[in-house]
Design a protein around this ligand. Sequence first.
Ligand code: FHN
Length: 592
Amino acid sequence: MIATILMSLVLATGPKPQATASVPKAAPKMDTKAQHDKRMSWFRDARFGMFIHWGLYSVPAGYWNGKEVPGAAEWLQYTAQVKPEDYEPLQQQFNPVNFDAKKWVQIAKDAGMKYIVITSKHHEGFGMWPSKLGTWNIGHTQFHRDPLKELAAACKEGGIRLCFYHSIMDWHEPDYLPRRSWDTRDASHADMDRYVQYMKGQLKELLTGYGPIGILWFDGQWEDTWTHERGKDLYNYIRSLQPNIIVNNRVDTGRSEGGGTAKSEDFVGDYGTPEQTIPANGIPGQDWESCMTMNDTWGFSAHDHNWKSSTTLIRNLIDCASKGGNYLLNVGPTSLGEIPDASIERLAEVGAWMHKYSESVYGTSAGPFPKALAWGKVTQKPGKLYLHVFDHTVSSIDLPGLKADVKALYLLGDPGKTPVSFTMDDTGIHVKLPAMPDEASTVLVIEIKGKPVVNPVLQQQARDGSLVLNAVDADVSGSNAQFEAAKNAIGFWTKQEDTVSWSFDLKKAGFFHVRVEVACEDVSKGSKFDVTVNNQKVSGTVPGTGGWEKFVSLDLGTLKLDTLGKTTLTVQATSLAGYAVMNLRSVKLTLN
Ligand code: FHN
């Protein structure tokens, strides 16, 4: 099988070889669970990587013909509809004389990152290594070096795993289909099978010339010329060249909207790839990695200054780890080969936090709590729970429903492990917070004997029978809606079918007035929703409140609750008028 593939790879320097008979489509290499776990183990331990988007797009850097081009800078050719012949001169302008692989690796290491995923080829089709296939690559520029080779050496020296991002979609290679609407080149001889052989030939160069590669990070798989069959074949081809490599799920066509891999067919890909978001409940049963920008663009843009704070970046990393996933944080180097200062500054601050607290991230798994916590996030290792406290305005925190044989509780980083006081009852463990430094997240360690057990705790009515159902305690069902600590509300409710519910212990029956606390940007107002309990409902229409963080109360009417015991209240949208249904902070039930 491998010989067949290699035989069909004509490393042409002239016109592309005639399309060979497509290589037999072998079934993907299926590892045993033990083999898969072994291959994934470094990825699960790492939790934190650097994404690097670097290509010819760094030359225009978000401008074309003197005009600012909106959106992601690596999409400039598409956004500005630049014909290949007008884009090609960038090749002779590209000369990253300040590129310093060792410096890049040191920046990543100092930030606490364990792997680097760099674009070997983005959608522009330009190879960032001196490929022998064609001339649309760095080998045909005035920069007579191989940055990927230099990065491979620096990563090896620095103990960082090198990984490649490779776009299946290619706006330059004549055989790739479909063409862009503004690409006026003759497409009558374009041959997708021949393109796949070309892509495999370039991938063979990358997987045989740069040492062991940690991940092949495919992208651009969404066009209809890329099929499930091609995906399985490519996955198998990559693994045939480096059996221990990890391949993301964008090699195939099974990536679901939330970034995970659909279960419906034999889709391949070793982990899910949510992008610019952190799944509300992780992606249960799958490895996953959230890739995110530090501003709003992947490639360098001279006009994008919308930088996230280092606190946001640190909390994103913790959030990913608390749900069993990785955080792949992007930098977009300039055309001179320099990582922007704004990125370097933030990565240094992330690194300072990791220097103190990385034990609570590396090698951890998702915390044991099924719902979001108001005060922060929890990760765990055998025998330890790590409590990441974001909210420094509170004097105590609750671990709802937790039962554990607690051996010690102290601040991570406290050499004396000064005991932190706590109480335990049938509603869980309640920690009295010590004085803590004001930082992105302070971390407490609970050392326990055995495994933590979390028994769901039903909310109780107040003495007057009232109930305040807060967002942090909600059960959220669906892929997008999730608790947003910053707004203390359910946000990202961008899918109508997502639902929000609470269960509580009804001891006092009667007629309850229903009031909800909602926020909605004016342009998205008008979504309709029901609040349902035991087949009874009241309904509402979301008003414009002036912003996603501006909350107002809506009185919806009365519900009769007369079935004592566990009761579930559900909020579901019956229409979606704009970007999202609403941000929902609470549902208040007042006994009439
Ligand atoms: O189109 C690309 C985009 O430029 C960027 O590379 C991101 C990062 O994963 N992926 C695609 C958009 O989903």
